[in-house]
Design a protein around this ligand. Sequence first.
Ligand code: SF4
Length: 275
Amino acid sequence: MLCAICNISSGNCSEDCSFCTQSAYNDSKIETFRKKPLEQILKEARMAKKNKALGFCLVTSGKGMNDRKLDFVCEATKMIKKELDLMVIACNGIANFEQLKELKKIGVDSYNHNIETSREFYNKICSTHDWDERFETCQMAKEAGLMLCCGGIFGLGESKEDRKEYIKALQDLQPFSSPINFFLPHEALKIPAYDMSENEAVNIIKNVKSALPNTKVMIAAGREQVFAKNPKAMFEAGVDAIVTGNYLTAKGDEPCKDLRLLDSLNLQVQSECHG
Ligand code: SF4
């Protein structure tokens, strides 16, 4: 399964997540904007469809949902659904039940909210909100009838125990899909680069997949670096889905490169969602 990400509101985030270039605490000099024009969003959605993406994720920066963002995401969703047969995933941070119900009502298929890491380690990488709020949003997304996409990021300095606790929390949530990101170092971020070997990454994927056999394990940021020499290894380890194209603030591989790779591995691209 292929999913594309669309950054519909970027940067200037009030939260201090130390791994994130969109935080205003980290002077990362990324491009910032409040609202991507709707025509541009539709153009990117058409491109994603052309590149065989099944999911299209509308991502806003910031701690969570508010009325302005809700209206914007609903407007973008209606526009996309009117023209394209794409699964729309909303990714708008901490949200309440009413907001999530509204997304469902308007036609959003899935909500992406990552718990990122273990509950304990999260306090060490973010002080402006807590992990529990994230976890509760994930629970409520399911209660609101949305499919849940929930994953995290590895290589932030977390321990083996943190990784185990993180996977246990995912087991409680039983998400439809679960993205695995590997930390991408950036000069503006204090977190040092972590030397994630292919072998370690393979073990992470295997552990997540064996704990969540019914979840689509998705590989996202960092895969191009960690699996540069042997991309086949991520699929052999249990990856079911990939994020194709660019990430929020970092460049990814060209989608046509992914399609060529999948073709060379005799892997079929999923054309329908069975959530
Ligand atoms: S809340 Fe989201 S956008 Fe804001 S700094 Fe944290 S991860 Fe980045």
